[in-house]
Design a protein around this ligand. Sequence first.
Ligand code: F6R
Length: 236
Amino acid sequence: MKKIIVKDNLEGAKAGFEIIKNELEQGNLNVFGLATGSTPETLYALLRESDLDFSNTVSINLDEYKGLEPTHEQSYNYFMKEKLFDAKPFKKNYLPNGANPDGEEESAKYEAIIQENPIDLQILGIGTNGHIGFNEPGSSFDSITREVDLVEATIEANARFFESKDEVPKTAISMGIGSILKANKILLFAYGENKADAIYNMVEKTPSTDCPASALQNHPDVTIIIDEAAASKLTK
Ligand code: F6R
């Protein structure tokens, strides 16, 4: 696992931007795996304002809340349109359809899309509990796309985007840890002291389903871009 420790979110976004730009220019970014949440927002702002051309690239997002229409303001479909896709056209954008009442059917469809479009570069954030995508602690390292229950800590963390905690969906469709590990290259970003325990568990503890992100220790090409606060519990 390669570590890049930066001063703040903007410096992290710039470091990530350079890696993405390089992959794109080398012709290595045909399928781009994307994340939502507050962590990649600055990176997406840099991509929006850049002259990078994604019109030959397919994007595949990690997850979507179940029960929200793609037009719902808190849906990840809406987030991606606002933060990136409206400004930067891609060849095709894939996100799960949270409005499909049949979560099993939607998950199978989405997993097939990932199989048909192997991800070249996957962007990840990390939850304070070590989740990646919506793979909460206990998720199997070979899990594939499925309907998942969000744990209380995630509902509480994401309540900041909703009017109240009660409005946060309790389930989601998420790529599995096994699906994520198939990506050729992975870039994980984390900022702030509240991510320090998760980063320590991911990097230094023996891989365990208690920290889903620790599965990344088994992947050959992971770069983590973290600020000093998120790195503060690392000992090595
Ligand atoms: C988002 C996702 C989540 C977030 C994580 C961190 O698509 O899959 O795993 O990356 O919850 O969220 P933020 O960036 O809001 O702290």
